[in-house]
Write a protein that binds this ligand. Structure first.
Ligand code: MN
Length: 258
């Protein structure tokens, strides 16, 4: 990676990365912060990557007509229409997003582990839940719900029934884990090492764990995105950016480099 030299013009932002906004009508401050980020930052970037759990839950693409979902779709579409390419990797909350949503928002669905090159840097992108391998119960649940046959059966239920099932699962998750969600688990070094080895990369960006950080292990760099809760004390949220020189920076909600 070449650092910008004195007097050299630093190129525009090539790509922005966010995850774990958990957008929901009950948290309007998060939606406002998201719209502000889209207007002030994403609109000026070449690419925007949504790395999972943009939504608190997604019951199926036939819920696109919901008024709250319509607001989010319109905001994304506006950024796409301004010329930013938008990409999506589903999280454990919104893995049911499909081609109907993608077409409505104008974004491109990516596989759950995605290797790309941006600003001369080869990197691997993922949500991060599949690497929390010590959470055996969650890994069993994940294996079940990621099966196409399971999803077909679930999506064949009436929308109201699906929403009731999801609400029950969210309530169970809260009560079983003492008020915490399954994001309490962290990724394991073994699972992260496997991703680096299998993809031949040494830079990773993921979310899910709500433990924003930059971890340097050997020659590898692993950037973890924050979750968003701008009205918490202290406020949580922010993004990662890659500029034209391949420099990777972490930003808080104000846009300041951290
Ligand atoms: Mn997650």
């Amino acid at each position: 990676m070449s650092q910008p030299q004195t007097g050299e013009r630093v190129s525009d932002v090539l790509a922005l990365f966010i995850s774990d906004l958990h957008l929901q009508p009950a948290h309007p401050a998060t939606s406002e912060a998201f719209f502000d980020f889209l207007e002030r930052h994403a609109r000026r970037a070449q690419q925007l990557y949504l790395l999972g759990d943009l939504f608190e839950f997604w019951a199926g693409d036939d819920d696109i007509g919901d008024a709250f979902n319509q607001q989010i779709i319109a905001a994304l579409r506006s950024v796409v229409d301004a010329g930013t390419r938008v990409y999506w990797i589903g999280g454990n909350r919104d893995f049911l997003v499909g081609t109907g949503f993608a077409e409505a928002a104008g974004l491109t669905l990516l596989p759950e582990t995605y290797v790309t090159e941006i600003g001369g840097q080869r990197l691997v992108l993922l949500h991060g839940d599949a690497q929390c391998t010590e959470d055996v119960k969650y890994m069993e649940f994940r294996a079940m719900v990621r099966q196409p046959a399971y999803q077909q059966q679930f999506l064949a239920m009436p929308l109201a029934q699906r929403k009731a099932i999801i609400a029950g699962m969210r309530e169970n998750s809260r009560s079983e884990q003492g008020g915490k969600s399954y994001e309490i688990m962290d990724v394991t070094p073994q699972a992260i090492g496997d991703v680096f080895a299998q993809t031949g990369t040494d830079i990773m960006i993921h979310g899910h764990t709500h433990r924003p950080a930059l971890h340097r292990v050997g020659a590898t760099r692993r950037y973890v995105l924050p979750d968003w809760e701008p009205d918490a004390t202290p406020p949580r949220g922010g993004w990662i950016a890659i500029d034209g020189n391949g420099a990777i920076t972490r930003h808080d909600l104000s846009g300041a480099v951290i």
